[in-house]
Ligand binder design. Structure first.
Ligand SMILES: [Mg+2]
Length: 201
């Protein structure tokens, strides 16, 4: 294993309550919590079940930029990631804004832990982003794992042959994640060490 690729929302930072609150502010108070969870069942911007896929996300990103980049990363997450850099290259593949994630990482003094952040800007699906990581960093699918909290992400990683480790404390619960048959399910990032070092990983 050479590289650990992280999803951002729900993995690096638990942003569910933050986004639900802001999505309601920008797009309407009527949006049910479960609907906001369910739109992450497929590739976010290509999922026809996602009623918000054609919403004005640029306006949304402007609305949340400052507050989201000022979220404070838990010290335990920060220490865990710094420790992980000793053994693996770290990436972020996200459907969120690269600029906001970059500002968040800088504000939390951990930007340099990551080799590259591939957010929304200029790329389409996570499938395309994985292919770009393979090409630009001389990696192969079997040398990477993807850590994510949503069913849609598990399915996209499968398309490119990357093994997934799902974390069940983010947007989707364990039952939803199991529908994608991830290779492992964990409940704390710290459990990654054990999973990455196990022989059947
Ligand atoms: Mg996520």
């Amino acid at each position: 294993m050479k590289a650990v690729v992280f999803d951002f929302d729900g993995v690096i930072h638990d942003t569910f309550d933050f986004h639900l609150k802001n999505v309601r502010q920008v797009f309407g108070e009527h949006i049910p919590e479960q609907d906001f969870r369910d739109i992450h069942n497929g590739s976010f911007f290509q999922n026809p079940m996602n009623a918000l896929r054609n919403a004005d996300w640029e306006a949304y990103r402007k609305h949340v930029h400052r507050n989201m980049s000022n979220l404070v990363m838990p010290e335990s997450t920060r220490n865990f990631l710094l420790d992980l850099t000793k053994r693996y290259e770290l990436f972020i593949i996200s459907s969120g804004s690269t600029a906001i994630i970059t500002d968040y990482l800088n504000n939390n003094r951990i930007y340099s832990a990551f080799t590259e952040i591939l957010g929304l800007d200029g790329h389409g699906s996570k499938v395309e982003k994985f292919e770009r990581v393979f090409r630009d960093h001389d990696l192969r699918a079997d040398l990477c794992v993807f850590v994510t909290d949503t069913l849609g992400d598990i399915m996209e990683a499968r398309e490119v042959g990357v093994r997934t480790i799902a974390i069940d404390t983010g947007y989707h619960d364990r039952d939803t994640l199991l529908k994608g048959s991830p290779h492992h399910i964990i409940s704390r990032l710290e459990e990654l060490h054990q999973v990455l070092e196990s022989p059947d990983r």
